[in-house]
Design a protein around this ligand. Sequence first.
Ligand code: 8YV
Length: 316
Amino acid sequence: MQRPDILLAVPLIDSAMAAMEGDFTVHRLWEAGDRDGFLAGVADRVRGAATTGATGLNAEVIGRLPRLEVVASYGVGTDAIDLAACRQRGIGVSNTPDVLTEEVADFALALLLASARRIPQADAYVRRGDYRRDGKDQYPLTRRARGKKVGIVGLGQIGQAFARLCPALGMEVAWYGPRPKRGIPYRYVDDLVRLASEVDYLVLTCKGGPETAGLVSAAVLEALGPQGTLVNVARGSVVDEAALVAALQDGSLGAAAIDVYADEPNAPPALFAMDNVVIQPHVASGTNETRGAMGQLVVDNLRSWFADRKLLTPVA
Ligand code: 8YV
């Protein structure tokens, strides 16, 4: 039986790439010099596609692949996949929930602590040779995170995993979302500006896409305030990024620890020189173990589809 042809939008972890090369005929879009010509050349063969949560698959590429049956995404976020175009064509879509949940939550806590204790800045201080023991230019004291108030924006699986970590640091948890949820033991606040005004850390774990675009507005950032910190492991689109940069620059927002940006990989250069930010390259799920599990799930979804047209982790 002919091996299904798969379009791979961007590289995945090596183990997944090797498994895909073993089962499928893989066409590597990111290596194409002439992207249009490349897509035209594979259009009559490609039945599946694999991509990532950050890269997705847009309607233009989907439209160029008339035989596309399935899209398997390496990640939980699907905001960069044109789901409407897939539904219209009856194209199955899978993602990789659960296998990355705790990893991303752990990284959100790591970002919070890195920001509070200024770990990257202190690292740079020692690397510059500024570390002294003579009482001069001592590294400045930082802030305790333990016992502080945390507001979580979006209490899905990752948000709940993050909330479960907070008691270990004695942190009080409240949360915001479109509607309250049954069986959740944390205080629900139905007004994001009010939640921001009440907490020390506002942690974004919500999904991306039109429903949350610009949700963290200038008003929310102002309410979080000069003593507040924004932590974002969700999507850059959730935040008014221009307002965030301005608030960090003028001090109306105290600090930020950010793993995602509005126009990745183009993080705002204005952030690079700021001493009150921790910036990361969208690596919250980026461990060997978690990306290995994500990659295996991408391959297993594709294998399952081509075996019996069923997906293991279909996107609703
Ligand atoms: C990405 C993510 O998949 O899960 C998500 O939605 O944002 C990440 O895990 C990342 O782009 C993987 O390369």
